[in-house]
Write a protein that binds this ligand. Structure first.
Ligand code: ADP
Length: 422
């Protein structure tokens, strides 16, 4: 009586697997290979079917008592499953993204062809090796050792150093992990072309704009009173264009710069300058306070830090209505020091916060334009912070105000008149 019981189980298993595989292959053919989800699904199904093959296949032996018709059906189903399994394994191996399945000990259990090309793994030698050890000399080594689930962006590919990868690690199954690596070389190249284009255009615009601005300054509105309002608008707009060009050039430089030449940045005079700039911009419309208790200088680029710190103050003035307060603080934190600018202005709703540091992202274009903004200020601040290994944090409540804080770690601090503290 054991055979019919086995038979009744085997039929649905093979049927379900067959249908599942068929549906998945159809889905893959429809072009969903690019998404990480698809890769995980493929790997999951490969594993599932490997298990089915190992555990179910032996049981799929045709029972001795089977009729010739049952025998034929069994054989047809077995062949269909075996062929679907082969197709699926081939599909997974041909994925353009590298996929590596790691067991609970971080040992390589399975990988596809792209992993051979991009990560330099080879079969069968690398099956069962510790991935961290195998890629110990690559740019992925620290990231693998830290075991973080944060994706790693734009690293050179261990198997093809001229290619750039985005790498992520996904928890998978019970205690396994799936490493996915995507070749983003074409995106990196496009990004470079975009950067060069913006830098070249900005550079080319600089001279004609300076000339136009210079001539406009030469014309005395009293000589042509009927054109005075036009002249004033032309001057304001040419100044704005000049500022956009300067900001774009600054941003292009910061984007291509990977390191800064570290110098002592004396904070006391810098904070005093930033405060004076705020007062000049505010023209008495706000209460501006400076609280400096950190007693620390910074190690970094004086020009870039000045630009970042004054950008935050200028925003506070421009986005705070008359009568509001602005407080500039420079104080110690548990692991370094923080420069913050707090205002009682319009505030920003939470939906905008994540995108504020993107180029030209504005909560309100008209408000930004009317207050002389270029939409590039916070982008510049973010890049300057990155170059100083500092973090920009933004807290805001619509209608109540905002606080922009730059956190510098201990290694960037210097005792005024003394040496490095960290
Ligand atoms: P902009 O030149 O437009 O000010 P930024 O990059 O400096 O460009 O800022 C991006 C956007 O963030 C601004 O357009 C504004 O909407 C918002 N923003 C920046 N700072 C503040 C602030 N202190 N209060 C309210 N909104 C702000």
């Amino acid at each position: 009586m054991a055979q019919p019981a086995a038979l009744s189980w085997k039929l649905p298993a093979s049927l379900v697997a067959g249908l599942f595989v068929g549906a998945l292959l159809g889905w893959l053919v429809h072009g969903h290979l690019a998404s990480g989800v698809a890769i995980v699904a493929v790997a999951e199904v490969v594993l599932l079917l490997t298990r089915i093959r190992h555990q179910v296949q032996p049981m799929m032996a045709v029972p001795a008592s089977a009729s010739p018709l049952q025998h034929d059906r069994f054989m047809t189903r077995s062949r269909r499953i075996a062929s679907s399994l082969r197709d699926l394994r081939n599909a997974a191996s041909q994925l353009p993204d590298a996929v590596v399945l790691l067991d609970q000990n971080q040992q390589v259990r399975w990988f596809n062809h792209a992993a051979e090309n991009l990560l330099g793994l080879s079969r069968p030698k690398d099956r069962g090796v510790l991935l961290q050890q195998r890629l110990a000399t690559s740019d992925l080594s620290d990231w693998l050792r830290d075991g973080t689930l944060e994706p790693l962006n734009d690293v050179s590919a261990p198997g093809q150093p001229e290619s750039h990868l985005n790498v992520s690690m996904l928890p998978f199954g019970r205690r396994q992990q799936l490493l996915l690596a995507r070749d983003i070389s074409h995106l990196t190249r496009l990004e470079q072309v975009r950067r060069d284009f913006v830098a070249n255009v900005s550079h080319e615009l600089r001279t004609p704009l300076t000339v136009i601005h210079g001539y406009l300054e030469l014309i005395d509105p009293e000589d042509v009173p009927e054109l005075a309002p036009v002249l004033s608008e032309m001057r304001a707009q040419s100044k704005r264009m000049g500022q956009i060009v300067e900001d774009l050039l600054a941003l292009s430089r910061l984007e291509t710069q990977h390191q800064i030449v570290d110098e002592r940045v004396q904070m006391a005079p810098l904070l005093a300058t930033v405060r004076k700039e705020a007062e000049a911009l505010s023209q008495g419309r706000h209460k501006i306070t400076l609280e400096s208790s950190a007693e620390a200088d910074l190690l970094g680029s004086p020009k870039d830090l000045h630009s970042a710190l004054s950008n935050l103050v200028s925003n506070a003035v421009r986005y705070t209505p008359t009568g509001g307060s602005i407080t500039i603080r420079w104080q110690r934190t548990s692991d370094g020091a923080a420069y913050s600018v707090n205002d009682t202005g319009f505030g920003i709703s939470a939906t905008h916060l994540a995108r504020l540091t993107e180029r030209f992202y504005r909560v309100s274009s008209s408000r930004s334009r009317d207050s002389g903004g270029t939409g590039l200020g916070l982008s510049i601040v973010k890049h300057v912070m990155n170059l100083h290994q500092a973090q920009l944090r933004i807290e805001s409540t619509p209608g109540a105000g905002s606080t922009f804080t730059c956190h510098f770690n201990q290694a960037r601090l210097l005792t005024p008149g003394g040496n490095e503290e960290g």
